[in-house]
Structures are given as C-alpha cells and as structure tokens.
Design a binder for this molecule. Sequence first.
Ligand code: PMT
Length: 362
Amino acid sequence: MSSGSNPESSSSSQLFSAESYFATQPSPPALDADVTGVRTFIARQAKAGRRVVLVTSGGTTVPLELNVVRFLDNFSAGTRGATSAEYFLSAGYAVIFLHRQHSLQPYSRHYSHSTNPFLDFLELEQIAEPQAASLTLSSQTSSPEPIITVRSSDPKHLHTVLSAYKAVHRAGTLHTMTFVTVNEYLWLLRAVSKELNVLGRNAMYYLAAAVSDFFLPREKMSEHKIQSGKGSLIIEMDQVPKILKSMVDEWTPEGFIVSFKLETDSSLLVPKARAALERYGHQVVIGNELHRRKFEVVFVARSAPPSPEHNRDCLEDASSQIEETWLRIDEQIAGAGKEIEEDIIYELVRRHSLWTRSQIRV
Ligand code: PMT
C-alpha cells in the first residue's frame, strides 16, 4: 500500500501458497475454542449416524489497517447460504454454518434485516385476559405491564418457520461459527475441513461464501488509520491462495466438495466453472450469474466424478466428460415463495448419496 502518509508500507507483492499463507498470517484468537466446539459437534453427529455439511456463507472483508477503520468487502447478503442450510437440515443433514458475522442466518432470515422486520409483528396490548392464540408471548394476567402479541399477516408461515427452528434446536443439528475477515475465514475453513475429514465421504462442503481473491498481508498493513492528507492512495494487494486446491488434495480428500462460481458476465460462467472443476478436481461447481442467481444456476460436474482413489493423472482425460445441468425456476413462482435452493439441495443430496454409496455416474 502506498500513500504519502504511509511510508512504512511496501509495494512488492509475493505469491502465497496455502502453506506460506498459514505460516505467515496470524490465526484468529478464538481458533482453539472454535475447533473444540466443532469437534464436539461432529463427534455427536457421527454417533447419531448423520451426514454433515459445512455451509459457508456471506462475504469476507480485507482490512486495510491493523486498527481497522477501512476495509474492502465482497458482495453477499448470505441468502444463498442461509437458505441452503435450512434445506439441508430438513433433508436430515447436520449443518456447520460458517458465516459472516451479521449476515443472514437460517430461520431468522425470514424475519431479519429489512425482510419482514420482526418488530412490525409485535403488538403491545393492555388486556387482562391472556390471548387464546398460540402465538401469545406472555400469559401474565395480573401484571400491569402490557402483554406482547404476535400479529403476523401470515401466521402459518411464521408457525412453520418457528417450528422448524425449534425442532433443529432440540435435535442439536445446527452449529454456527462466524468470520469477518478473509483471514479468519481461511483459518476456520482449514480447521473445520480437517475436523470433518473424520467423516470421510459422509461430509459435504458447500462453499457459498464470497471469498476475496486479494488481501493485504499483515506485514504490509498500516498500524493506524491511513491518513488522507497527501493525495491518492495506491494499494497493492497480494493474491489469496486458492484454498480449494488444498481442500481437495490435503485437508479433506474424501469429502464431497461443492464450490460456487460467481460471474457478472454470463458468457464466462460455464467456461470458468469448467476450468475450476478441471483445476481443482473436486465434485461440483455451481455457476451463478449475479442478477439471475435466484432463478437459475448451472451444475458443472463430471459424469463420473473423481473418487478419492482416482488417479489424479486421469483428470485431464476426464475433462471431456464434464457435463452442465441447468436448474431453473420461473420468476413468478420465485415471487410466490419458491426458492431455487430447494432444488439445488435436492439435487446435491441425490448426488451425495450416490457418491457415498459408490463411484457410479451421478
Ligand atoms: O449471499 P447471496 O447474496 O445470496 O449471494 C450468493 C453468492 C452469489 C455470493 C454465492 O452464490 C456465490 O456465488 N458464492 C461464491 C462467490 C465467489 O467467491 O466466487 P468466485 O468466483 O470469486 O470464487 C469461486 C470459488 O473459488 C469459491 O467457491 C471460493 O470458495 C473459491 N476460492 C475463492 C477465492 C480463493 N482465494 N480461493 C478459493 O478457493
């Protein structure tokens, strides 16, 4: 980074491998506690014979200062991840939901942020008798305090969401973890992948988070707020190592790995998704174009996906068998509440089942 006011910064960039990245960039302070928590969760799910999916969700930030005032962000509200997590849970999976702090979360997403603000559903009433309605939050009759009543315009929907949320909590099948920066994300992704590796093929990875391709190594960051007095600011960022490669080859070689490819130029979507599949050798790339992502996605996968035993030398030959499958939903149906994630997860569960049982065509 260079600006007249930050002489301590350097302008040389280096190419980080995953190994050199983790050797030089600091781990998050809570990493050990996070690992202990997720290990306990995975052990419980393994005992119950459940499959586990890691869902990553939301955008990663790249801070520009150590005492951070400014940062770069990646686009993502967390809708894809939070919605998908719900469908995985209802399909019987246990979910590790690794998400950007304050982004959308499963179940609460229906009533958080600007969508259906929850406070709009609450009424204060000065009544002596408790409401008969099942959604009354307090049954105090003698209190002078007003009771709070929920008045949803769609109580059936609220009831469905609340029931599913409570059932998941009772079953203990949802474990949430948070990140803000791309550095936290990478450390957590590596740690969770290594823990989940004990489940072998019963683990799925659904990488919907929007991960920054560039970052500022700690040694190049300004300690204090970058000053603006001396003209323009030039920042030279280093490339974030492609962690998918490490996931496939080292951290979780048996896992069923699904990555997302986001493009704004739709003509690049399929070629880039195919290239990612060929480069990393994982199981599925889901391509989505920014503005059409709620209505259509393309699955890019090998007709016979590589198994853990697959000789990696064969990947080049296998590239000729790469297939594209489009999933589409009508925009009007989407407007009426249908979510494309329902179809995405249905298809992935089907493919994962085939993957766990055999290595035949999926
Ligand atoms: O949350 P929403 O608002 O609903 O938006 C959802 C979404 C559009 C963000 C989501 O569907 C999506 O596409 N997520 C992936 C975005 C992304 O990072 O795309 P990419 O083309 O930059 O990266 C492709 C893949 O490479 C990603 O799966 C990522 O995990 C992986 N990657 C990225 C950077 C990096 N250094 N190493 C990686 O391995």
